[in-house]
Design a protein around this ligand. Structure first.
Ligand code: PHE
Length: 461
């Protein structure tokens, strides 16, 4: 049994932390999920609510979570319980850590499957499938749609690509992430950003940019439902990697003297920019080719390949783009598995290698639920969730719309009301005025908003 309760790992410096946390934040949530849930929820008004959630709830909760991790210097459940005890409160607050680790694990089980799609698309682009589909402009969109349909309905294909992702995540993690990952992220994140901006400019030229811009920024509240507000709130947590143990783990590795407030704001800005640019890259193509904004999870994979197919050097650019998607997903997947692995090391006394392997095998098994959901197995249907909804939809709903907001609620209540003010102040290390502002957000704004949205959307009462 490992009795070590304090982690001794530290990021090399502030920038390493910012890059790793941004790497965890920027992922499929920005490139794949944000564009399609925005489409399903009517555009502009959804974007506005999402931005407000990031600003007034996401950023303060991120600061709270990092502060707990840094104060506790331990894995999430332990850190939360230690900080609670230090403030003279019940050690049962460990629940905010354990719930996070559970949410992260469930998220990862479908995350690896979608990341697998991106791996498949690297091969498709590399072998010229996109330009082949574009040979006949009249059937381009259908041909790309068929490519996607064939991928997700084939269990063997999904198994291969998912396994590639899970195995690589386990491999990198068992090696210890620091050197390899920190360096890789340093080059690949900026490269992804440049590529994404390039693709946005290209699709603005060839696609219907005006329609895309209007769709994303014309605010029409009649198109937004309360369910949509819950989706926006849940996604604010998802995209910033909150309430899933990760920011506590990364906070525990934080060197002294780093400003939790400043770094949280920088991470949130970078993350939000990537999501908005992804929307502006995808939607001009969607509108120019008569695709449906409400196409659902396949949107990214059905829209951009149309642009790649007909642009000069499209196969190369497409390959590069999906390599970047894989990478963005990979840095998030690593973070997600890190919190489970760190838990196994600390609580079960496993070595790092074994812990990564055990967590990886668990994720691989759990990912089968999503794989069979996608291939349309009858037993994966969840009729109570609606027509055609599957276990995959259920896992997505349970994590993003229930566990993450609930975790965020508990975290803001804990740091706002239960953790001793002096301790919070010491960790945040901001001016008196800024401290007051953040505390108002944590004490009142975040909890009240989350409870309000919950009650209305889930119809609790
Ligand atoms: N933030 C990641 C993304 O947007 C997903 C994620 C969620 C990662 C929760 C870690 C924890 O893709």
């Amino acid at each position: 049994m490992n009795t070590e309760t304090h982690v001794s790992n530290r990021w090399s410096n502030k920038y390493a932390y910012i890059l790793a946390a941004t790497g965890a934040a920027v992922g499929l949530g920005n490139l794949w999920k944000f564009p399609y849930i925005m489409g399903e929820n009517g555009g502009g008004a959804f974007v506005l609510v999402y931005l407000l959630c990031i600003l007034f709830i996401g950023i303060p909760v991120m600061m709270a979570e990092v502060a707990i991790g840094k104060r506790g210097r331990s894995t999430p459940a332990n850190a939360a319980s230690m900080v609670a005890t230090e403030s003279g409160k019940s050690s049962h607050w460990s629940i905010i850590g354990s719930m996070g680790v559970l949410a992260g694990f469930l998220i990862l089980s479908f995350y690896v499957v979608i990341a697998g799609w991106a791996v498949a698309y690297v091969f498709y682009a590399g072998t010229g499938e996109f330009s082949a589909a574009a040979a006949d402009p009249a059937t381009n969109a259908e041909a790309i749609g068929a490519l996607f349909g064939n991928l997700v309905s084939s269990v063997p294909n999904l198994l291969i690509y998912t396994t590639i992702i899970v195995a690589s995540v386990v491999y990198v993690l068992s090696k210890g992430v620091k050197d390899g990952l920190e360096t890789a992220v340093t080059y690949l994140m900026p490269a992804m950003f440049v590529l994404l901006v390039g693709i946005m400019i290209y699709s603005a030229i060839v696609g219907d940019f005006a329609a895309a811009f209007a769709f994303m920024f014309n605010i029409d509240f009649s198109r937004l439902t309360i369910e949509g507000v819950l989706v926006a709130l849940g996604h604010a947590f998802f995209t910033l990697s909150l309430a899933s143990g990760i920011m506590m783990v990364y906070g525990a590795y934080l060197p002294k003297g780093v400003s939790i407030a400043k770094t949280s704001i920088m991470i949130a800005i970078a993350d939000t920019l990537v999501a908005l640019i992804a929307g502006l890259a995808i939607y001009p193509i969607v509108f120019a080719h008569g695709l449906e904004p409400s196409a659902g999870p396949g949107l990214l994979f059905q829209a951009l390949p149309i642009a790649f197919g007909s642009m000069p050097m499209g196969d190369v650019v497409g390959t590069l783009f999906f390599v970047m998607v894989v990478f963005a997903a990979f840095t998030s997947a690593i973070a997600l598995l890190e919190s489970a692995a760190a838990y196994l090391v600390e609580r079960q006394g496993l070595t790092r290698g074994k812990a990564s392997l055990v967590a990886g095998v668990g994720i691989w098994l759990l990912s089968l639920l999503t794989i069979f959901s996608l291939s349309g197995e009858e037993w994966t249907l969840l009729p109570f969730m609606g027509d055609g909804k599957t276990i995959f939809d259920g896992l997505d709903y349970l994590t993003a719309n229930i566990l993450l907001p609930l975790g965020g609620l508990l975290i803001s209540v804990f740091v706002g009301w239960f953790m001793k003010d002096e301790l919070v102040k010491e960790e945040f290390n901001v001016s008196e005025g800024q401290f007051k502002l953040i505390m108002v957000l944590l004490r009142y704004v975040a909890p009240i908003a989350i409870i309000f949205v919950f009650i209305n959307a889930i119809g609790l009462f």
